[in-house]
Design a binder for this molecule. Structure first.
Ligand SMILES: [Zn+2]
Length: 587
C-alpha cells in the first residue's frame, strides 16, 4: 500500500502528457518493441487465450460486421462469423460488438481479423493455456520475499535483489524496545512494508487455493530455493510469509499490526532501503490489535491442517499460535489500529474486527473440531449471513465471507446443518445473480460501476474466486464460465486491450507502482504481477489529471506514479492465483 508521493519520476510519465490520448500512443510505441505485427486495440481478446471446451468471445469496439479467426503460423482462416449487435457499455463509454468463436476448439495459436478494423493480438487455445500465467503469478510472491536474496534465475536475468530489511526493531508504539529478529515475509505491494492484516487474506487465499485445487497444483514446480523438499511449492511459498506472521505474535498471543519503516522509502531497490523496519503497535495497552490477531488466528489455523502431512512440527506450531491468538481476542475483542505518531506508512485501519473473529472461529473449528469455536460461530452467524448477499467479494478488511465459506467447505460432524444449508443457498443465489449480470454486461465482466475502486482488478479476480467457491459448494458450469470471464477481462478483454499481468500476453502494462521494477536495471517490470486497475475515486494526481468526464472503467493510467490504479499488492495477487488455479487441468 502506498499513499504518499515519492521522490522519483516515472520514466513513462515524463513522455506521456495529456494522458488518455498519449496513453494509447505510448502503448503503441512500446508494443512495436514486442510484437512483429500491429494489432488493433479496438479488438479485445484474452491475450493468453481460451480453454478448448469453453466459451470464446472477443470484444470489438469499432463498427464492423464480420470476423475471421486465423491461424498465426500460416494466416489460414479456420473460423468465421458475424459480429453481434452493437451494445452501449456505460462503464467504459464503448460501443461493443461481440465475436463468438466458441465452436473453435482445435488447439493452436490464432488471431482475429476484422475487416475494416484490423487484427487482434495473438492468443492460444489449449487445455493448459493458463499454466504459464499461474506459474508467473505464484513466482511474483517469491519476487516479493523480504529478508533474503531473491533471484528469478536464467529465465529472467537481472531480476534479483540482495537480502533486505534484515535489521528490525520495536517502535515505541509496540510496547517494547530494542532489536527484534523479524526478518522475512513478503513486501506487501509497491512499497517494502509488511502488514499482518493484508498478509492474512493473501496467505489465507493461497492456502485455500491449495485446499481447493491441490491435485492440479501438486506437481507444479515454481523453481524456489525450497523446490524438491517434498512439500508442494505453493505451500513452500506461503510458508515464507507464515513464518514472518508467526514472528509478529507477542508472548501474550496478540499480534502487532505491521512492520514497516517510519515512512515510505524512496524508489530504491530493497537492499538499498537502509531505514530500520520497525514493529508497530497501537501505542497503548495492549499494543497489539484485534483484527491482526484474528487474521493470524485464522491463517495459522488453516496452516495447522494444510502442513500436517508435510511438516507436523510446523503444523503444530501454527495450531498453538492460532489457539493462543484466539484466547487473546477473547480478552481484547475490539482493539483497533491507527497509525501512531511518527508512522506514515499504509495504515490498513479497520474499525470492526468481528468479521475477522468469525473467520478465525470457522478455521479453528474446521481444523480442530473443538466445540467452543463452533458455538461462537453459530452464535455470531445471524449478524453475518447477509454478507453473502451483498455481492461484494471479500477484501482485506471484510472477511466474514471467508469465515462463512470455510464453515461450509469444511463441514464436519457437529457443524450446524441448517447453517450449512443456508450458507450454500445464499452463496449459490448470489453466484447465479453474478452469472446473470455478467451475461448482460457488454464486456462480459462481473464488475459494476461501483466496483471501479482502488484495486478493482482485485475485485474482478475476487468475483472469480467467489464463483469458484460457489462451484465447490454446489457445482455449476455457469459459475466456472463466469469466473473465466473475469480472468479474460484481466488478461486483455477490457477497454484498454491491455493485459494487466506484467510480462504476460502480447500487450501487457509496463509501469507498475513497484519499487524493484522502477529502481532495477531491467527493461520490463518484474513478471507475473497484477495491476490494481481502474479507480473512479482517483486518489492520486495522475488520475486526478485525467479528463473529468471519463466513465469509471476508463480511469486508469499505466504510470508508475498512479499508485491508486497501477500498484501491485499481495491481496489481489492471491485472488488472481486462486482464479488461475481453478482453470488448470489436473495433471
Ligand atoms: Zn525487504
Amino acid at each position: 500500500m502506498s499513499e504518499l508521493p515519492r521522490s522519483q519520476g516515472s520514466h513513462l510519465a515524463l513522455t506521456c502528457i495529456g494522458r488518455v490520448l498519449l496513453f494509447v500512443l505510448c502503448f503503441g510505441t512500446k508494443q512495436t518493441a514486442y510484437a512483429t505485427d500491429t494489432a488493433s486495440t479496438q479488438i479485445k481478446v484474452d491475450q493468453v487465450g481460451y480453454i478448448p471446451a469453453s466459451e470464446k468471445i472477443a470484444v470489438i469496439t469499432a463498427p464492423a460486421a464480420h470476423f475471421e479467426v486465423r491461424r498465426a503460423s500460416d494466416n489460414v482462416t479456420v473460423f468465421q462469423g458475424e459480429l453481434g449487435p452493437a451494445a452501449q457499455d456505460a462503464d467504459t463509454g464503448d460501443s461493443v460488438q461481440l465475436a463468438d468463436f466458441s465452436k473453435l476448439g482445435e488447439p493452436g495459436t490464432y488471431y482475429l481479423s476484422v475487416p475494416g478494423v484490423g487484427r487482434s493480438w495473438t492468443f492460444s487455445i489449449r487445455r493448459d493455456v493458463f499454466s504459464r500465467t499461474y506459474y508467473l503469478a505464484m513466482r511474483a510472491f517469491y519476487g516479493q520475499r523480504c529478508g533474503t536474496a531473491v533471484d528469478l534465475g536464467p529465465e529472467f536475468p537481472e531480476y534479483k535483489h540482495a537480502a533486505c530489511h534484515l535489521k528490525g526493531g520495536f517502535h515505541i508504539s509496540s510496547g517494547k524496545q530494542g532489536e527484534r529478529d523479524n526478518a522475512g515475509g513478503w513486501h506487501d505491494a509497491g512499497d517494502y512494508g509488511r502488514y499482518v492484516v493484508n498478509s492474512g487474506i493473501a496467505t489465507g487465499t493461497l492456502l485455500w487455493t491449495w485446499e481447493m485445487f491441490g491435485p492440479k497444483l501438486r506437481g507444479i514446480q515454481l523453481n524456489l530455493p525450497e523446490t524438491g523438499n517434498g512439500t508442494p511449492d505453493i505451500l513452500n511459498e506461503a510458508r515464507w510469509n507464515l513464518e514472518w506472521m508467526l514472528k509478529m505474535q507477542d508472548d501474550d498471543g496478540g499480534a502487532w499490526h505491521k512492520q514497516t519503516s517510519e515512512r515510505f522509502p524512496a524508489f530504491v531497490m530493497p537492499e538499498d532501503d537502509h531505514s530500520t523496519s520497525v514493529v508497530v503497535g497501537t501505542g497503548k495497552e495492549p499494543y497489539k490489535s484485534t483484527c491482526a490477531t484474528a487474521d493470524l488466528a485464522a491463517v495459522a489455523a488453516i496452516a495447522a491442517r494444510v502442513y500436517r502431512p508435510y511438516d507436523a512440527e510446523f503444523a503444530a506450531r501454527n495450531l498453538k499460535a492460532a489457539r493462543k491468538a484466539w484466547l487473546w481476542i477473547e480478552k481484547y475483542p475490539n482493539v483497533t489500529f491507527k497509525n501512531p505518531p511518527g508512522i506514515s506508512t499504509g495504515e490498513y485501519g479497520d474499525e470492526y474486527c468481528d468479521d475477522e473473529r468469525l473467520w478465525a472461529a470457522a478455521e479453528l473449528w474446521r481444523t480442530t473440531g473443538d466445540t467452543k469455536y463452533n458455538e461462537y460461530f453459530v452464535k455470531q452467524y445471524p449478524d453475518f449471513r447477509a454478507s453473502l448477499e451483498t455481492m461484494t467479494p471479500e477484501d482485506w478488511k471484510d472477511l466474514a465471507t471467508m469465515g462463512l465459506w470455510s464453515y461450509a467447505m469444511g463441514a464436519r460432524k457437529g457443524s450446524d446443518p441448517e447453517l450449512l444449508a443456508d450458507i450454500r443457498k445464499r452463496t449459490t443465489q448470489t453466484a447465479q445473480a453474478i452469472v446473470d449480470r455478467t451475461k448482460k454486461n457488454p464486456y462480459h465482466v462481473s464488475l459494476q460501476a461501483k466496483d471501479y475502486v482502488w484495486g478493482s482488478n482485485g475485485v474482478a479476480a475476487s468475483y472469480g474466486t467467489e464463483l469458484l467457491v460457489a462451484n465447490a459448494l454446489s457445482p455449476d458450469p455457469a459459475y466456472v464460465a463466469t469466473a473465466l470471464d473475469n480472468l479474460h477481462y484481466l488478461l486483455g478483454r477490457n477497454t484498454f486491450s491491455l493485459c494487466w499481468v506484467t510480462q504476460v500476453g502480447a500487450n501487457p502494462y509496463h509501469h507498475p507502482h513497484h519499487r524493484p521494477s522502477a529502481a532495477g536495471k531491467t527493461p520490463e517490470p518484474w513478471p507475473g504481477m497484477l495491476s490494481g486497475g481502474p479507480n473512479a475515486a482517483r486518489q492520486d494526481n495522475v488520475l486526478r489529471n485525467l479528463p473529468r468526464a471519463l466513465p469509471p472503467a476508463k480511469i486508469y493510467a499505466d504510470d508508475q506514479d498512479s499508485y491508486a490504479s497501477n500498484e501491485i499488492a499481495i491481496n489481489w495477487q492471491a485472488a488472481l492465483v486462486l482464479l488461475l488455479a481453478g482453470t488448470l487441468p489436473v495433471n
